[in-house]
Design a binder for this molecule. Sequence first.
Ligand SMILES: Cc1cc2nc3c(=O)[nH]c(=O)nc-3n(C[C@H](O)[C@H](O)[C@H](O)COP(=O)(O)OP(=O)(O)OC[C@H]3O[C@@H](n4cnc5c(N)ncnc54)[C@H](O)[C@@H]3O)c2cc1C
Length: 374
Amino acid sequence: MTICDCIIIGAGPAGTTAAKIIAKAGKSCIVIEKQKDFTNRKCAGAMNLIQALKFGIDPTPVFDAALQPIKGAKIYSPNGNFFEIKTEDFGYDIGGYILDRDRFDERLARDAEKAGAELVMNYLPRWAITDIDYKDGIYSLTRLLKGGEYVDISSKYLIDASGFWSVAGKKFGITSTLPYNEYHICLQYTIKTEAPWRDNEIISIFPSKNIAPFGYAWVFPLNDGDTIRVGLGMHPKAGNPREYLNDFLLRKNINGEIINTISGPIPLSKLRKTRKGNLFVVGDAGAFCDPLTGGGIINAIVSGRAAGKAVVADNPKVFDKEIKPLKRMLRRRWFARKFFYGISDTKMEKLIVKMKKRRFRSTNVDRELLKLLF
Ligand SMILES: Cc1cc2nc3c(=O)[nH]c(=O)nc-3n(C[C@H](O)[C@H](O)[C@H](O)COP(=O)(O)OP(=O)(O)OC[C@H]3O[C@@H](n4cnc5c(N)ncnc54)[C@H](O)[C@@H]3O)c2cc1C
């Protein structure tokens, strides 16, 4: 039996961030990951650098994995009107980046390893669900395949960073399957375009019931617009995402070769319980995604960091304190989401035309939206 301070399930940004903090403080942790490598991560890769810096996130891995700088966003109405947010208006040249998520996740994992965390890849997921036990204050995981041998491991702390399906959170009754109105199903193509996309440093967002019911479509440029990531997130019961995305390509006259396709769910949930005793549920597993935008990388890092700090302090309540500012922001965004995605296309048209006339005083689009709606 290997005994460590903390077992972490999942080597996404949430899990490896926690691992690095724990290992750096001289505590032992084992990260178990079901994938054999860091390829084909399911993400559009948009990272708001301004927000990341506000949360005190180290930007080095972001720069390392950056594919395209982003200087603003255009939000389009159903009839093609738009309002624009330019990062230069807030004193920033670059507001964020489109990342190579595979490279980003691998970099975070290697940083955790360098700090002393142990990473076990290619771990079979069914064991994470069935073979984790909790008895007398100790979590134990049996039959972990490590270096060709089966071993048992145990720890005082457990971090569930396994993404949307939240294997340990479910097993121990903290998380449950989300209702249909609390997640989006997403589909994204990477397209080598025949003609470069018109806005090569701007992300374009298309919220409309006809384009992506109760969600939005996006176009994120890469290589200065020669390649784009075009995708959508929508209510899981509202139709077939592939039909909607293909229809969107026709509407926007986007032609070219599809070189990659990814799909997956994003939790856009009300805040739920994310800790029980010494078990922390972080990142998508704890539904920490931004309910308005669906962005989850930053929130995964912030919640993973909070769990890591709690393990280091040997005080689980540190987690509750650390995630308070994030939870406050998510609560506000949940309200903004409810109204923004719930309204008809006619109201959306009026709202976006109103937003166009407005001068943004902050990058908090949710605040500006709520001011207009109430
Ligand atoms: C199509 C799409 C586009 C997106 N675009 C963006 C975007 O542009 N910007 C943004 O900020 N966010 C985006 N997101 C959301 C973002 O990808 C997630 O919020 C983020 O990855 C959450 O990080 P995480 O560490 O919590 O989970 P994940 O990144 O999902 O990592 C979980 C890890 O756990 C592993 N795992 C799962 N089950 C087990 C198990 N049983 N045993 C062991 N390991 C397991 C998985 O293999 C994975 O490596 C997008 C999501 C989707 C689906």
